[in-house]
Design a protein around this ligand. Structure first.
Ligand code: 3HC
Ligand code: NAI
Length: 709
């Protein structure tokens, strides 16, 4: 009887008087339709069989259950629905125990909360990871989680999980009221069976969470907590749809019966499913996992590496050093002279001292990490390293000299990488006798924090050097994106284009403050002129001066930023740029003198300013971004549109809930985006030249996503 009820993804086994229910749906036991059906059948069997006195649910492999099957969202729903599965588990007439040894996330934790008892394993390999991450997918726990979690953990405990999306371990789960018992055992089955027998021996009762208000019993106190949270969430959620809906669902848990609360939750969940934010966030989730799937991965195993060298200990060199040390690597930093290397070391220590000051690291931990760090001014000291990352000045001649040295000293087979932002990596590789070992590793500032790593693949690099770079990214917990060689690679090349669109908007009539406000309104943390002030206006100015000789004389060039720099106004560091920063303020104030410069430049060029709404600003800003993105994909600089999306989400503050620029364009409809570009081209045909790929996709009735498959 037992074997008959088993399915390929949910196996049932009678062990004495306990029914063991094993979910086996690799890689993470997501709750696809077959698993939901299997769990329903398991509960039927438990109820029907007199031999079953208790039920134990476990997950096979590394996870308990990582949640609903995200791939099913947006498709027609298939029965049985997850909330019904959870209710069925809770309604089982025999005590049900959930044994959590790995990830119990989203719907997985909702299954566990529907069981009558929860046992969490804690062991050396990590143990239970409990979380309700739906918010990061634009959703809310939709299988009773918003109703059961507050009953188990109280308003604050439950909302902390639901609003942050973060995971907690077994011990924290016990403290929060989510877990009944901890165990150090490594075998979920044996531990679970033992616990079930212990409960049976005690005559432990069925304990449906829905049956009592639990930690919501003090309604007035719970309401007070929720009122504070609502105000706080309204302030912090910055246009996100699901966080306030989560608060509404917890309010329903306070006000309504469990059954009515579930109905309310279901309606809110479906509204979230229908929202474009859900589509954007789920696209981002899968896209971030897809970028590591590269053509080289099939053929080439990564080279082994444990010892690495960083050349240059400035802003980037120090940040990359911290990233490498945190990844457990042994690092030698090379600088020009004694003074520079002391500064480089100080730059590294500053990061760890900051953590110590915040109480997030001990002096001992810092010392243990720095034991793997060696400062040096001698290239001969890095003869035996496996991998080098160069982060010296952005000057081709300086970099060529460094690579000649690396070619001289490094062992054969060492990977030689450059962190250049714009320079031609083929030209850098050409000065060595081993271009097959030379690659670009473009980190973002601050390198120890920013997730994006553009892996720039020059013409002659060997496939196993590319896979080694992806392996390094994994070790450093970065989001890697494969890029081809061109001026600015994927990110900075597209940035240069939409920054130009912003400059044109400014000269044509929008103030820099209106543009920044529109861009923030779209969901970016900062507008382009705020970013310039933060990075330092002098950096872009130097690049513009360098490129003046090669600029197309027919291309429109806006000089407003140059006028501002000529005054020595380089942004935050000089107290003024596009904004004023009195007394070291970090948030700028509009500057009437900047507006006067803008007016004067318009007058000098004979431009009659016209008003732009925020919507018009964003249409141009985004059209420029998408058009250049399409060129980058069309030229093969990015493998797929999703690589552009991930670049912007992880490295340029693009609002994640919009899924990235290419996903955004798909959601607008490509014909509409192309029509905008063609309309703008009537003003400036050179800048607004439509990308051939965009034209082709529109002609074929396809979208960018069709190229992601
Ligand atoms: N559904 C479908 N596929 C999933 C999935 C899910 N819930 N979770 C992970 N996967 C897939 C990944 O896409 C990946 O596929 P690939 O190998 O083809 O690229 C594979 O499983 C392995 O995933 P990771 O590479 O992320 O593996 P890790 O070991 O690094 O991480 C994890 C494991 C922590 C479970 C991580 O995958 C994760 O966070 N998953 C998402 C969990 C989540 O958000 N759950 C909530 C879903 S929404 C929900 O439950 C709604 C409910 O309330 C109604
Ligand atoms: P930086 O000026 O802060 O640091 C450069 C360091 O290189 C200095 O400490 C200098 O002493 C050292 N150096 C110069 N020549 C050297 C040599 N021959 N041998 C050893 N050390 C030498 O510059 P930053 O900002 O760290 O930039 C470094 C590289 O990273 C550049 O190529 C830049 O384009 C790139 N980059 C910079 C980003 C940023 O936001 N600052 C972002 C991404 C890449």
């Amino acid at each position: 009887m037992t074997a008959e009820a088993s399915t390929s993804v949910v196996e049932l086994k009678q062990d004495g008087d306990v029914l063991l229910v094993s979910v086996n749906n690799p890689p993470v036991n997501a709750l696809g339709a077959a698993v939901r059906q299997g769990l329903m059948a398991a509960m039927e069997q438990a109820d029907a069989s007199a031999a079953v006195k208790a039920v134990v649910i476990v997950g096979e492999g590394k996870a308990f259950i990582a949640g609903a099957d995200i791939r099913e969202f947006g498709k027609p729903p298939v029965q049985p629905f997850l909330p019904d599965v959870c209710n069925r588990i809770e309604a089982c007439s025999k005590p049900v125990v959930a044994v959590i040894h790995g990830a119990a996330l989203g719907g997985g934790l909702e299954i566990a909360m529907s069981a009558h008892y929860r046992l969490a394993l804690q062991n050396a390999s990590g143990g239970a990871k409990l979380g309700l991450p739906e918010v990061s997918l634009g959703l809310l726990p939709g299988a009773g989680g918003t109703q059961r979690a507050p009953r188990l953990m109280g308003v604050n405990g439950a909302t902390e999980l639901m609003l942050s999306g973060q995971q907690i371990g077994a011990k924290a789960g016990l403290a929060a009221g989510l877990v009944d018992k901890l165990d150090d055992g490594a075998d979920p089955v044996a531990t679970g069976l033992a616990y079930a027998r212990e409960l049976l021996a005690q005559g432990a009762p069925l304990r449906p969470v829905s049956a009592t208000p639990g930690r919501l019993a003090d309604k007035a106190a719970a309401q007070a907590e929720l009122d504070v949270l609502r105000a706080d969430t309204a302030k912090k959620s910055r246009g996100l749809f699901s966080p306030l809906k989560i608060i509404d669902c917890v309010q329903a848990a306070l006000d309504l019966s469990f059954a009515e609360g579930l109905k309310f939750e279901r309606a809110q969940f479906l509204a979230c499913i229908d929202s474009p934010q859900r589509a954007g966030l789920i696209h981002a989730f899968f896209a971030e996992r897809e970028t590591a799937k590269i053509p080289e991965a099939r053929a080439a195993q990564p080279r082994a590496f444990s010892k690495i060298a960083i050349i240059g200990g400035g802003t980037m060199g120090a940040g990359i050093t911290v990233s490498a040390l945190d990844a457990g690597l042994v690092v030698t930093m090379i600088e020009r002279d004694a003074e520079s290397i002391a500064r480089g070391q100080a730059n590294v220590e500053k990061v760890y001292n900051g953590l110590i000051a915040k109480g997030r690291m001990s002096e001992e931990a810092k010392a243990a990490i720095l034991a793997r760090y060696t400062p040096s001014t001698r290239y001969d000291d890095i003869a035996d390293v496996d991998l080098v990352i160069e982060a010296v000045f952005e000057d081709l001649e300086v970099k060529k000299a460094v690579f000649k040295e690396l070619d001289r000293v490094c062992k054969s087979g060492a990977v030689l990488a450059t962190n250049t932002s714009y320079l031609d990596i083929d030209a850098i590789a050409a000065v060595t006798s081993r271009p097959q070992d030379v690659i670009g590793l473009h980190f973002f500032s601050p390198a120890n924090i920013m997730k994006l790593l553009e892996i720039v693949v020059p013409a002659k690099v060997a496939p196993d050097v590319v896979t080694t770079a992806f392996e390094l990214a994994k070790k450093m917990k970065k989001v890697p994106v494969r890029a081809g060689v061109c001026d600015g690679f994927i990110g900075n090349r597209i940035l240069a284009t939409y920054k130009q669109a912003a400059d044109y908007l400014m000269e044509d009539g929008a103030s820099p403050y209106e543009i920044d406000e529109a861009v923030r309104g779209f969901g970016f943390a900062m507008g382009p002129f705020q970013v310039t002030d933060l990075a330092g206006g002098d950096i872009g100015w130097a690049t513009r001066k360098r490129r003046a000789a090669t600029r197309d004389p027919k291309a429109r060039y806006v000089e407003i930023a140059d006028r501002i720099c000529e005054n020595g106004w380089f942004g935050q560091k000089t107290g003024r740029g596009f904004y004023l920063y009195p007394q070291g303020a970090r948030i700028g104030q509009p500057d009437p003198e900047v507006l006067a410069i803008v007016d004067a430049e318009r007058a000098r060029k004979g431009v009659t300013p016209r008003p732009f709404t925020a919507e018009e600003i964003m249409r141009r800003y985004m059209a420029a971004m998408v058009n250049e993105g399409a060129k980058v994909v069309g030229e093969g600089i990015a493998l797929r549109p999703l690589d552009v999306d991930v670049t912007f989400i992880s490295g340029y503050g693009f609002p994640r809930h919009r899924g990235g620029p290419m996903k955004w364009a798909d959601m607008q409809g490509l014909p509409k985006v192309l029509a905008d570009i063609e309309a703008f081209a009537k003003e400036d045909a050179l800048f607004w030249k439509p990308a051939p790929l965009l034209q082709q996709l529109v002609a074929e009735g396809r979208n960018f996503d069709s190229l992601n498959k």
